[in-house]
Write a new protein. Structure first.
Length: 136
C-alpha cells in the first residue's frame, strides 16, 4: 500500500495498492487500488496543529474517505474506524499527544462530517459505486 499524487495539484492522491482494515462489526473494509483521497481535510484555521501529510491520520484517512464516498456502514462507523486506525498507527512514545489529536479529530468529524457524508452520498447516487476510484 502506498500513494502517489495526482498531477498538477498534489491535493489528491491515488492509492497504489489496496488498504485493508478488519472491523469487528463490519468485517473487512478494503480500500481499492486507485482510490483517490485528499487525506484529512482540515479547515485552514486548524492546520497549524496538524502534522502535515504524515502521521496516523494519513492511513486513517484512506479508510475514512473511502467509507464516506461509498457509504460503507454508517457515518458513525466511518468516524469510529478513523479513530481506531489512528490509534493503531500512532507513533510509539507519543501517547498523550496522539490521544488528544485522535480524539479531537474524531470529535470534529462527528460534528462537522455530516456535510461531507451527505455530499458523498449525493455523488454516490449520481455517479455510482467507485466514483472516487481513478480510471486506468
Amino acid at each position: 500500500m502506498g500513494e502517489s499524487p495526482t498531477w498538477p495539484d498534489y491535493k489528491t492522491w491515488i492509492l497504489t495498492g489496496p488498504a485493508v482494515w478488519y472491523d469487528k462489526d463490519l468485517g473487512y473494509v478494503t480500500v481499492p487500488e486507485g482510490f483517490m483521497t485528499d487525506f484529512a481535510s482540515i479547515p485552514f484555521i486548524f492546520r497549524w496543529w496538524q502534522t502535515g501529510g504524515t502521521g496516523p491520520q494519513r492511513i486513517a484517512s484512506y479508510f475514512h474517505d473511502y467509507m464516506y464516498s461509498e457509504q460503507v456502514g454508517s457515518k458513525k462507523d466511518a468516524d469510529r474506524i478513523f479513530r481506531e486506525v489512528m490509534q493503531a498507527a500512532r507513533p510509539a512514545g507519543r501517547n498523550v499527544r496522539a490521544f488528544l489529536r485522535r480524539n479531537i479529530m474524531w470529535a470534529a468529524l462527528r460534528i462537522g462530517g455530516i456535510f461531507a457524508w451527505r455530499s458523498n452520498g449525493k455523488n454516490l447516487a449520481e455517479q455510482g459505486t467507485g466514483w472516487r476510484v481513478a480510471k486506468p
